[in-house]
Design a protein around this ligand. Structure first.
Ligand SMILES: [Fe+2]
Length: 363
C-alpha cells in the first residue's frame, strides 16, 4: 500500500515527511532554517515602519489637555508617545527610536533621574523652561537641541509663565533590545546648579578648551570618567548659535541637492556624532527648494522648525509646517520641497548603524 502512494504522489509524501520531521524537531526547540531563510536574509531592507506625520496644529490641543489629567510630578514625564502607526503599542516611532511630545506647565518640575537610555530634546513650543544636566541648567527656546546622554542626571522645570512642549527622542528600543536598561531616581527632585547656563558649549564647543590644573580636572570629568568620549559634553546646541551657521552655509553656496544647506551636530571631542546611538542634523531648505530623492538605511525623524513644504516618502506626500514631526522609514526614498525658506531638524540611529558597519545610502 505504501509503495503505491510513493510512486503516485511522491511530492505529497515528501511534504508530509517534512511536516512530521518539523514537528518532531520542534519538541526540541529546533526549526528548519530553509523555511525562513528568505525572510531572514532579504535582498534589501523591508521596513516594518510606516511613513507618518504628526501635525502640530492637530495634536497641540491634545498635548495641552494632558495637563488637566495628570501633573508632571505624578506622571514623572508627561509625554504623549508618537507611535508609528504600523508599530502601535510598541512605544516607538522607528524600530530603534522612541519619540514623544512632552509638556511642562508653568511652575512644574519633572523630577531628577538618570538611565542608560540616552535622550535628546528638540524644543517645539514655548520659552524659558529649563533642563538641568549634571548640574548645568540650560534654559530652552524653540529649535534648541538638548542632550541628556547615557546615565547623566537630568531634571526639568518651568519657571516661565507659559507652557512648554518639546520633542523627546530616546534610544529606548535599542537599549531594551540589548536588555541593558538601568534607571534610578535621585534623592533631590531638582539638582543643585553647579555650572552657569552655557558653560559646556563655551568650554568645549568654541575652538578653545579650558586650561590649567583645576579646569583640566573638569575637562577630564566631562570627557573622561563621566561620559567617556562617546557622548558630547555639550548640553545645549542652541538654535541661536546654529541657525546663523545654516545661513552662512547657504550664502557660501553649500546646498546639497538632496538635503539643503545642512550641518551635523558634532561631538567636539571626536568630531563624530553627538551620541553613539543617535545622530542629528539641521538643514536649511532655500525658498522653492526641490530636493532630489534619497534613501538610507536609518529611519529618520524630521521636525519642521521654520517655513512650510512637503516631503514625498515612498509614494505618499506629506505637507508640513512649523512644529510638525514626521518619519521616513528605513530604505524608503524621500525628497523634500520647500515653499518659503524652511528649516528641518532630523535625527536617526545612523551612528549605531555606522559603528556596526551596516549603514547604507543611495540616490
Ligand atoms: Fe529621563
Amino acid at each position: 500500500m505504501a509503495l503505491v502512494e510513493d510512486t503516485t504522489d511522491p511530492k505529497h509524501n515528501l511534504q508530509a515527511a517534512r511536516q512530521a520531521y518539523y514537528e518532531r524537531i520542534s519538541r526540541y526547540d529546533m526549526a528548519p532554517l530553509w523555511e525562513k531563510l528568505r525572510e531572514l536574509v532579504g535582498n534589501e531592507p523591508r521596513t516594518q515602519c510606516a511613513p507618518a506625520i504628526w501635525r502640530f496644529r492637530d495634536v497641540k490641543a491634545m498635548v495641552m489637555e494632558s495637563a488637566e489629567l495628570i501633573s508632571a510630578r505624578e506622571a514623572e514625564r508627561r509625554v504623549l508617545v508618537l507611535e508609528n502607526p504600523a508599530l502601535r503599542g510598541q512605544s516607538r516611532i522607528t524600530q530603534t527610536l522612541y519619540a514623544g511630545l512632552q509638556l511642562i506647565m508653568p511652575g512644574e518640575i519633572a523630577p531628577a533621574h538618570r538611565h542608560t537610555a540616552s535622550a535628546i530634546r528638540f524644543i517645539v513650543d514655548g520659552n524659558g523652561a529649563y533642563t538641568s544636566v549634571e548640574g548645568e541648567r540650560t534654559y530652552m527656546s524653540p529649535g534648541d537641541f538638548v542632550l541628556t546622554a547615557n546615565w547623566t542626571a537630568h531634571d526639568h522645570g518651568n519657571t516661565s509663565d507659559r507652557p512648554m512642549i518639546w520633542l523627546d527622542v530616546l534610544d529606548l528600543p535599542t537599549v531594551n533590545f540589548f536588555e541593558t536598561m538601568f534607571a534610578e531616581h535621585l534623592e533631590s527632585e531638582s539638582q543643585a546648579v553647579r555650572h552657569q547656563d552655557g558653560d559646556s558649549a563655551a568650554f568645549f564647543a568654541s575652538g578653545v578648551l579650558p586650561d590649567g590644573a583645576q579646569m583640566g580636572a573638569q575637562v577630564g570629568a566631562r570627557f573622561g570618567a563621566k561620559l567617556g568620549a562617546k557622548c558630547s559634553p555639550v548640553v545645549n546646541y542652541t538654535y541661536a548659535r546654529t541657525r546663523p551657521i545654516l545661513e552662512r552655509l547657504y550664502n557660501a553656496g553649500e546646498v546639497d541637492r538632496r538635503h539643503g544647506a545642512r550641518v551635523r551636530y558634532a561631538n567636539p571631542a571626536t568630531g563624530g556624532w553627538v551620541m553613539p546611538t543617535m545622530g542629528a542634523q539641521l538643514a536649511l531648505l532655500p525658498a522653492g527648494f526641490a530636493g532630489e530623492r534619497y534613501r538610507a538605511t536609518d529611519g529618520t525623524i524630521f521636525v519642521c522648525v521654520e517655513g512650510e513644504g512637503a516631503t514625498r516618502i515612498g509614494d505618499k506626500d506629506f505637507t508640513w509646517s512649523a512644529g510638525d514631526v514626521f518619519v521616513a522609514p528605513s530604505w524608503q526614498y524621500y525628497s523634500h520641497t520647500a515653499g518659503p525658506q524652511s528649516v528641518l531638524f532630523s535625527i536617526s540611529d545612523r551612528p549605531a548603524q555606522e559603528a556596526l558597519g551596516i549603514w547604507r545610502e543611495s540616490n
